[in-house]
Design a protein around this ligand. Structure first.
Ligand SMILES: [Zn+2]
Ligand SMILES: [Zn+2]
Length: 300
C-alpha cells in the first residue's frame, strides 16, 4: 500500500484544483491520499466527487501553529509579547479524520484565515494604547477594497500626525517586525490545536519537524507534544534529510508515535511531487483506528 498523507490543492496554496490532485494521485499509483490544505477543508467536497475508483481519500488539514502560542496578547491584558528568543517558531500540525463541522475547530481555522484583518485590527489597538490617534475606520478607509496590511496602518498614522511620513511607522517604536505595536500572524498553540483536533474526533501528526533548519522542533518539544496527545510525526518528507528521518524514526518508536510520510505536493508551486514520500500501511491503519470524527472515503 502506498499512502501519501500530505498534499495541497488550490483550496490553499497549491496550484491544482482538488479534482486534478486526486487524478494525479491515482496516476502516481497511490492507494491512499490525504488532502491537507492549510487551515481549510474547502477542497474536500470536490476531491470526494472526483475520487477515482482505485483511490482512498483521507480528509485532512494542515494547521498553522506556533510553539510559543499566539503572539497576540489579549487587548488590555498583560504586556505585548516581543519576538521570542528563538524567533517565531512556526510549526505545522497535520490533522486527519476530524469532524469537519466541529464548531470549535471550524472557528479556529476561520480565525487563522481571517487573520490579516484581525492582525491589522490588533496593531491598531496597540497603537491606540500607545497614544496614536487613529481608528480602525481610518485604516479601513485607506485600504478600501485591498486586503488590509501594515502600509495602510502606516498611512493612517501619518495622516493623524503621529509620524511625519508612512515610512517612519516601520521602526521598532511602531510596527516594524518586533516593534512595540507589531502583531505577528495568528497561529494556534500546538497543544491547544492537538486538543481541538482530538475533541473533533481527529488525529494530529506533527508535520516535517526537521524540514527547515531555522524552525527545528527538537526531541524534547516532540515528547511534550506526544504527552499532549499527538498521534504521530511526519518522518518521510522531501525536505527532511535522511539522517533526520532516521533519528525521527527512532524517536517515534521511543515515544510510541506513528511514523507517517507525505510529499507536501503543491502542484507547480514547489518541486515536491505527489507520491514521492509515503507512509507505511501500518501507519495509515493506526491513524484511522484512532480517529472517530470521519472515515476515509473510498472512490468509485
Ligand atoms: Zn507545512
Ligand atoms: Zn504542507
Amino acid at each position: 500500500m502506498r499512502a501519501d498523507l500530505h498534499v495541497h490543492s488550490n483550496a490553499s496554496d497549491g496550484t491544482d484544483p482538488p479534482a486534478e490532485v486526486m487524478r494525479r494521485a491515482a496516476r502516481a499509483g497511490l492507494d491512499v491520499v490525504a488532502l491537507t490544505d492549510h487551515d481549510t477543508v474547502a477542497g474536500h467536497a470536490q476531491a470526494r466527487q472526483a475520487l477515482p475508483g482505485s483511490l482512498i481519500l483521507v480528509p485532512g488539514m494542515e494547521l498553522s501553529c506556533r510553539l510559543d502560542g499566539p503572539s497576540r496578547g489579549q487587548p488590555g491584558r498583560g504586556v505585548p509579547r516581543g519576538p521570542s528568543p528563538r524567533g517565531q517558531q512556526s510549526l505545522h500540525l497535520l490533522a486527519y479524520l476530524f469532524d469537519p463541522d466541529d464548531p470549535e475547530l471550524a472557528a479556529e481555522t476561520r480565525r487563522i484565515r481571517d487573520d490579516r484583518v484581525l492582525r491589522a485590527r490588533a496593531m491598531v489597538d496597540r497603537l491606540v494604547g500607545l497614544g496614536v490617534p487613529i481608528t480602525w475606520d481610518d485604516v479601513a478607509a485607506i485600504a478600501g477594497a485591498a486586503v488590509v496590511g501594515r502600509p495602510h496602518i502606516a498611512r493612517a498614522m501619518a495622516a493623524s500626525g503621529a509620524i511625519a511620513s508612512p515610512a517612519q511607522a516601520f521602526t521598532p517604536d511602531w510596527i516594524a517586525d518586533g516593534g512595540r505595536a507589531y502583531v505577528g500572524r495568528y497561529a494556534l498553540d500546538p497543544v491547544r490545536a492537538i486538543a481541538l483536533v482530538r475533541s473533533a474526533g481527529g488525529v494530529a501528526v506533527l508535520a516535517h519537524p526537521r524540514a527547515d533548519r531555522a524552525l527545528l522542533v527538537d526531541d524534547t518539544q516532540i515528547a511534550d507534544l506526544a504527552a499532549a496527545g499527538l498521534a504521530g510525526v511526519e518522518v518521510f518528507h522531501p525536505d527532511q534529510p535522511e539522517s533526520e528521518q532516521a533519528s525521527l524514526l527512532g524517536l517515534t518508536r521511543d515515544l510510541g508515535l506513528v511514523a507517517t510520510g507525505g510529499s507536501d505536493d503543491h502542484g507547480s508551486l514547489t518541486g515536491h511531487r505527489i507520491g514521492s514520500h509515503t507512509a507505511a500501511a501500518g501507519a495509515y491503519e493506526s491513524l484511522i483506528s484512532q480517529a472517530t470524527g470521519a472515515k476515509p472515503v473510498h472512490g468509485g
